[in-house]
Design a binder for this molecule. Structure first.
Ligand code: GTP
Ligand code: MG
Ligand code: ZN
Length: 367
């Protein structure tokens, strides 16, 4: 293999300046590889040398979840490419609260450019769940794209309204309705499939993530499975995460369907998804407005004017509280150690904004 071919493999896998500048003088690209799957304590690592299997070193197993390699991570290997020496600093990482232990997090995928949030146009479609995924994708630092599958099986007016509603969820988030089995879906998604670009697919079981992988790969590389008719639920066909190189020269990662998606600490992600509510909150008359019955509440006014839904506001509160409740690992432990109850809601008399607030200076209304 000549140098150009070797460089092409690494750049196809997503190697960039972000990683090369982390190498020391005695480390070379000959010894770097990207984790493309993990099975228990064995990893498959892909580099100029091809794909090799190696164990996760025992001393990496005990630490924090963030310190262990996940699929998509870049590793520096020993000179014989038999074991990993160190992990390179991540560009992005998609994290959820561990379904097994809510005090810890699960790193789903690292070094992504784009997260395809996949939902089907059937019972699975839920705006509140999409907002949850958006918060995580934004917190991750990757670009979110919403893919609505099974458009072929849905009523066209339903497809249109779902696309329109999903587009409203976050700024200019791209929303694409597809039949994931069709070849032309790969063309619809080609903007995100350039050389070296990394994508992961997340969503519930049965929404068609593996089907999309096969379509993008232009061959059947992963198993798909039928869903239950009664509630459109999938049967968890995919059981591990795998990174593939697409014919277009980017990578795509299949991820098992999530049974649940609890938020870890991701205040920034939640606030960005709900930037509209954040802006309205600034205009509420009272600093500690709960956006419920308070007078001059900009959030309630927006609902009354039909520019905001009660569903979105309720979901905003739910996600803010959920991620604050679970907090970071450290915050959670501290609170437990001190046996403190969850943070109480602000009680007592509301405090009216002074200066700057929209209603400041107005006569105080009776509550
Ligand atoms: N009609 C139709 N069927 C689809 C579409 N996408 C996927 N399917 C079908 O939906 C079922 C589930 O697809 P999978 O690709 O296995 O779903 P998945 O998201 O990978 O599911 P898990 O691996 O369980 O997480 C299969 O029977 C697919 O053929 C689509 O756009 N239209
Ligand atoms: Mg699958
Ligand atoms: Zn308010």
């Amino acid at each position: 293999m000549d140098d150009t071919q070797k460089n092409t493999i690494l750049s196809t896998l997503g190697w960039s300046d972000h990683f090369s500048q982390q190498l020391s003088e005695d480390e070379s690209t000959e010894h770097v590889g990207r984790v493309c799957s993990i099975h228990a304590v064995l990893m498959n690592v892909w580099g100029e040398f091809g794909k090799v299997q190696m164990p996760l070193p025992g001393n990496w197993l005990g630490g924090k979840a963030e310190a262990k390699p996940t699929v998509g991570d870049w590793l520096v290997l020993d000179k014989n490419k038999q074991y990993p020496v160190r992990m390179l600093e991540r560009k992005t990482v998609f994290v959820r609260r561990s379904p097994q232990n809510e005090k810890t997090v699960q790193l789903v995928a690292a070094n992504l450019d784009t997260v395809f949030i996949v939902s089907s146009l059937n019972h699975d479609f839920s705006l509140s769940r999409l907002e949850r995924y958006l918060a995580l994708a934004i917190q991750c630092g990757a670009e979110p794209v919403i893919i609505l599958t099974k458009a072929d099986e849905a009523d066209q007016s339903f497809v249109k309204s779902c696309v329109a509603d999903a587009k409203q969820l976050y700024k200019n988030v791209p929303v694409i309705a597809v039949d994931g089995r069709e070849d032309n879906t790969a063309t619809l998604l080609k903007n995100w499939c350039s050389h070296g670009h990394s994508i992961a697919l997340v969503g519930s079981s049965g929404v068609g993530k593996s089907t999309l992988i096969n379509t993008m790969m232009k061959e059947e590389v992963t198993l798909t499975g039928a869903i239950r008719d009664i509630d459109s639920k999938g049967r968890h066909t995919t059981s591990s995460r795998t990174l593939y190189v697409m014919p277009c020269g980017g990578t795509i990662m299949d991820v098992p369907g999530f049974r649940e998606l609890q938020l870890p600490a991701c205040e920034d992600g939640v606030k960005k998804v709900f930037h509209d509510i954040q802006e309205l909150i600034e205009k509420c008359a009272f600093i500690d407005c709960q956006h419920d019955q308070e007078p001059d509440c900009a959030v309630q006014q927006a609902i009354a004017a039909g520019v905001l839904t009660q569903r979105r506001v309720d979901n905003y509160h739910k996600l803010i509280e959920e991620q604050a409740r679970t907090g970071t690992e450290r915050t959670y432990t501290k609170r437990q150690e001190r046996q403190m109850p969850p943070r109480p809601k602000t009680g007592g008399k509301p405090k009216r904004r002074t200066g700057g607030g929209k209603k400041s200076g107005k006569k105080k209304k009776k509550k």
